[in-house]
Design a binder for this molecule. Sequence first.
Ligand code: ASP
Ligand code: MG
Length: 449
Amino acid sequence: MRILKFGGTSVGSAARMRSVADLIQSSEPRIVVLSAMAGTTNSLVAIAKLLFEGEIQAATSQTEILRQHYMMVARELLPEPAIAEEAISQLGTCFKTIFGLMRQPLSASGERVILAQGELLSTLLFHRYLTAIRGQEAVLLPALEFMRLDANDEPDDAYIREHLTQQLAPHTAQALFITQGYICRNAKGDIDNLKRGGSDYSASLIGAAAGADEIQIWTDIDGLHNNDPRVVEGTYPIRELSFDEAAELAYFGAKILHPSSVLPARQYNIPVRLLNTMQPEAPGTLISSKTGSEAIKAVAAKDGLVAIKIKSSRMLLAHGFLRSVFEVFERYRTPIDMITTSEVAVSLTIDDATHLTEILAELRDFGSVEIDENQTIICLVGNLIQENHGSARLVFNALGDIPLRMISYGGSPNNISLLVNTADKMRTLKALNAGLFQRQIFHSDASDD
Ligand code: ASP
Ligand code: MG
């Protein structure tokens, strides 16, 4: 079994859906996981927000605009009027669900039902197109029947495996399945989702549950790049990454892949291939248990961090100090990204500042506390520590006089993290690009993008 996931841009119009239909042709069994069409989830988020604010009129007209848009796409994708009208009436059930939720004040679970409609709409349309226009046999698998969260809101692997197997069982002769990314049910059985960008995670969970031999994530860029293409010129796709390297890059800013999606693939050792719908023949990025040979492969940046420094004389020669500090973050369920320590102080970063005030109040019991907001983590990923002496020198030479707030090296063999002011992010990325990758550009085959 092979899993092919297509993102919002890849299914963003009738023309894009036709290209996806070309790309999935194969005699091998495969499950195609689709996102909502580009822009749809954002619209649904906006509609729910209007409803929370009591703006029923505005929510109604925004939903009506979305409905008109889908009618237009349906007519374009399904050029036979009878087929188009039938599809429009099927799509209509999704819009009826949304309009139905406007009669009473919106609840959080109502919002999740609204958000789920995007993937239901895209898969319905695509499946109709495949079967009715291209005459291809394909089964529409309802993700809400097998994607499930447990009581901790984590994917319930055993449930997913059992129920996906049940859904596939009646169709032994079938080779092509279409299903929704992102949407699921929670432990109570209510409609829920895997958070924004979660379709990648769906694909990986489905791949793990189905024992897939490969998971393909199709987007509109040719793989994970060595640096942020929005900031730096001349970036190139990295051909091979290990699961650990990919997880670090996805978490620290490379927007192309949902960070959690590496985990199920790594657990079952299923290679993940990142491919480009606009350039299907390009090799993209292969994420597997193998690590390539280059020392520093890529740089990514994550904004929005707060650095907190706790300075305490109690830390000197004491044990249990760090535990007490971490317990504060634990109590507020706030993850820590980066940590550095000296004998009398500890600095750490968080990206979720929801409970910052309470956390700071508790930390003040330990000593003096300072914070720096608007910080950016620059994450360097590669095969950095064991075999490659001199990576650190290359990095520091490249950085020149850019001020660094924190440095973390040695936490894993694949990562060096630097914390800089967000105001210095652009020049840091550019300096690292010039110092680390410029040499490689000349012999990389990257100029094909
Ligand atoms: N449609 C959802 C979103 O826009 C999930 C996804 O595309 O991965 O976040
Ligand atoms: Mg995405």
